[in-house]
Ligand binder design. Structure first.
Ligand SMILES: CC(=O)SCCNC(=O)CCNC(=O)[C@H](O)C(C)(C)COP(=O)(O)OP(=O)(O)OC[C@H]1O[C@@H](n2cnc3c(N)ncnc32)[C@H](O)[C@@H]1OP(=O)(O)O
Ligand SMILES: O=CC(=O)O
Ligand SMILES: [Mg+2]
Length: 720
């Protein structure tokens, strides 16, 4: 790692590459000059850095009290009333606010009004980040053909006609369910045509309209394609007709694709899916976000042996039956996830000290987004002039209030109207879930979503109750009553706080990126639960998950749920301990191996290659999305079992070594891969060890301190 070289700005030591990036690329065109930016940044740090530190100290102090309480109770039976009283006494639980409704100003319809998938992507990867932005529209034919939904995915090569036919039949079934014809099936259509009276399908020599003709929006012509655009539950679907296309030519209708409006929103992630540990990494992350906000980001790479350049998709012009035109966005509405409160950065130093990374993200990502607000031509990200920042890992209302004031200050520094920055509240730490209404209240003028990040939330569940006993295993912990209470409370509290029609109530990630048939079965539960968005790991998953929002009318579902009693805190606060039914030893050891493999498979790419999100096979060889939150769970469950003497340190060390050898084999085809065996002494292996063996002592069980330190070490070694 190249040592950071600094330049002075208004009392700050700023890494040279960051200063050059901000002054050379971010600020020109924003109306904010460098003096204003850096003097404001210095004021922000002077005013907020100490409070940031104090909030972290408060987390630690509460955790100490909770640990001590559990230890003092020893083997007494679980007493939730006593526990609640104790949590209230120490200020972990705060009083409920008086009834209120959020008042978050102007919000884009993709968030406030239309229910649909939310894609998440590491913004550090320009190729993926552009793909995510363009995943607003996704080919249903491709998603069905290329995934496991219609049976094992194809090996590659040309089109298999038998598979093509089942894909086309499945898409026709979707059309029949969503846009039925007045009679007959889309599968039997011999041609589509639109005129002033709407869309007509030819069936058995006669012309048949849609059962609901108002679903037809208009026609979108592109090259040789004629697209008939329909709308249902606020989501658009395009029937793409082109009889000259190899697929279109195979069917009388000439239908060559059914394209769905898919990722309505996409989170460009600076947090748990990226590995950014120094000024150079952070500039890389910010540069991609800046390119997305300016609209000029491109990436050139080779795909299937051919060079290609990816750029942001254009909007779609649709001609209505009356001859008028409308524009449909070509890109997902982009949100940016900043980092949380925990980490400091040496990219900006004050009085010789590193400063909160979250404050740097707040300043820089907001400044980048001014380009979108000021855009005079070309598609804009937010059509209402908002900036959407997702704020992760906040613990309760005080931290949310801190975030609210931070962004108020950032707005003032950057000359933005108050509450231009809208905040997405990740409900992913236990103190937030337990005080959700109060936390939303603290953000009531800018909250645009409350999302259950159940992965971090599971990690925090284990860490908070580390001393209560042994948890019932990684998966069992996620199937427990606390989790149901958490998910249900999030929706119902969101509705009570007036999020309907103004903000998203969101659900978490589908973490098996290749198991999309299973996702299609399972993830309909999210819209059914009243959530108007839920996370998906890829554009293909977004296209398939979009089907669920045609099957469920979320607004109607929210109406049904409004007024239902909110599950009380008892279930939420009761940890899922093994208690009197310990797992058999062989299952314990299998889960130790599984967690060790997940940690190592993830960490080795993070530390040695700077890859923040990976597909890692689990012990059954099912590829899993691993990011810092899933890593937190695996590390915390092992730390908890060690702490509770369910397993020994020797067993952990043994599992780590055996699994490291296995992970080495799994990565044998990667020319950049550095094996962990047989030495087991490189920074990646050491990181995995640290995460488990020091897991109890890590703040809230977070993985960042260990990962950052070991990645910096790996970078330094490489330099040597
Ligand atoms: C708990 C949490 O915080 S969850 C939020 C954080 N997690 C995420 O953001 C997960 C995002 N997803 C990903 O990073 C990836 O999908 C992974 C790491 C899970 C799998 O990556 P890979 O193994 O490279 O995927 P795979 O080989 O199946 O697919 C790659 C293709 O899909 C695209 N793709 C995959 N995921 C995404 C995505 N999230 N956004 C956009 N495009 C994507 C790639 O661009 C690539 O297509 P291309 O060749 O046309 O560029
Ligand atoms: O950020 C999402 C989570 O599940 O954690
Ligand atoms: Mg998270």
């Amino acid at each position: 790692m190249t040592p950071t070289r600094y330049t002075q700005r208004h009392g700050l030591d700023v890494a040279e590459e960051l200063a050059a990036f901000v002054e050379g690329q971010v600020l020109p065109g924003t109306g904010v000059d460098a003096d204003r930016f850096w003097s404001g940044y210095a004021e922000l740090l002077t005013g907020f850095a100490a409070e940031n530190r104090a909030l972290l100290d408060r987390r630690a102090a509460l955790q100490d009290r909770i640990d001590a309480w559990h230890k003092a109770r020893g083997n007494q039976p679980w007493d939730v009333s006593a526990y609640r009283a104790f949590l209230a006494e120490i200020g972990y639980l705060v009083p409920e606010p008086a009834p209120f409704a959020i008042d978050n100003g102007r919000i884009d319809p993709e968030i406030a009004l239309v229910a649909g998938p939310q894609l998440v992507v590491p913004v550090s990867n320009a190729r993926f980040a552009l793909n995510a932005a363009n995943a607003r529209w996704g080919s249903l034919y491709d998603a069905l053909y290329g995934s496991d939904v219609m049976g094992p995915p194809p090996a590659g090569g040309g089109i298999d006609p038998a598979r093509r036919d089942v894909v086309v039949a499945r898409a026709a079934q979707f059309l029949d369910e969503t846009f039925p014809l007045a009679q007959g099936s889309h599968a039997a259509v011999a041609g589509y045509r639109a005129d002033a009276d709407g869309l007509m399908a030819t069936l058995d020599g006669a012309e048949v309209p849609l059962r609901d003709p108002s679903a037809f929006v208009g026609t979108h012509v592109s090259g040789q394609d004629t697209g008939y655009v329909l709308r249902h539950n606020g989501l658009h679907v395009e029937l793409v007709v082109n009889p000259g296309h190899p697929i279109g030519a195979a069917f009388l209708s000439g239908l060559r694709d059914v394209v769905l409006e898919a990722a309505l929103t996409a989170i460009q992630d600076c947090e748990d899916s990226v590995a950014a540990v120094d000024a150079a990494d952070k500039v890389g992350v910010y540069a991609n976000w800046l390119g997305l906000m300016k609209g000029d980001l491109t990436d050139s790479f080779e795909k299937n042996g051919k060079p290609m350049t990816r750029r942001l998709a254009a909007d779609r012009t649709v001609t209505r039956p009356d001859g008028g035109t409308i524009t449909l966005p070509g890109r997902a509405l982009l949100l940016v996830r900043n980092v949380g409160l925990l980490m400091t950065t040496d990219a900006v130093r004050l009085n010789g000290q590193d400063t909160p990374e979250g404050l740097m993200d707040a300043m820089v990502t907001t400044a980048c987004a001014i380009h979108d607000l000021k855009k005079a031509e070309g598609p804009r990200n937010s059509r209402v002039g908002a900036i959407y920042v997702v704020k992760p890992k906040m613990h309760g209302p005080d931290e949310a209030g801190f975030a609210d004031r931070t962004f108020a200050k950032v707005e003032q520094i950057l000359g933005l109207p108050a509450n231009t920055v809208k905040l997405g509240l990740m409900d992913e730490e236990r103190r937030t879930s337990a005080n959700l209404a109060a936390t939303i209240h603290a953000l009531r003028n800018r909250v645009f979503f409350i999302n259950t990040g159940f992965l971090d939330r599971t990690g925090d569940e284990i860490h908070t109750s580390m001393q209560a006993g042994a948890f019932a295993g990684r998966d069992a912990t996620r199937r427990s009553d606390w989790l149901k209470a958490y998910e249900d409370r999030n929706v119902l509290i969101g509705l009570v706080c007036g999020l309907r029609g103004k903000a998203q109530i969101g659900k978490g990630m589908w973490a098996k990126p290749d198991a999309l048939a299973e996702m299609l079965q399972a993830k309909i539960a999210h819209p059914r639960s009243g959530a108007n968005t839920a996370w998906v790991p890829s554009p293909t998953a977004a296209t398939l998950h979009a089907l669920h929002y045609h099957m469920v009318d979320v607004a109607a579902r929210q109406d049904e749920l409004a007024g239902q009693p909110i599950p009380d805190l008892d279930a939420l606060l009761t940890p899922a301990l093994m208690g009197d039914a310990p797992l058999p030893q062989d299952e314990i050891l299998r889960e130790v191996d599984n967690s060790a493999q997940g940690i190592l498979g993830y960490v080795v790419r993070w530390v040695d290659q700077g890859v923040g999100c990976s597909k890692v096979p689990d012990i059954d060889d099912v590829p899993m999305m691993e990011d810092r939150a899933t890593c937190r769970i695996s590390a915390q469950i092992l730390a908890n079992w060690l702490e509770q003497r369910l397993i020994t340190r020797e067993q952990v060390e043994d599992a780590l070594r055996r699994m490291a050898a296995k992970v080495d084999q799994q990565n044998a085809g990667d020319p950049n891969y550095i094996p962990m065996a047989p030495g087991f002494d490189g920074p990646a292996f050491e990181a995995a060890r640290d995460l488990v063996l020091t897991g109890t002592a890590q703040p809230s069980g977070y993985t960042e301190p260990v990962l950052h330190a070991r990645r910096r070490e790996a970078k330094a070694l490489r330099r040597g």
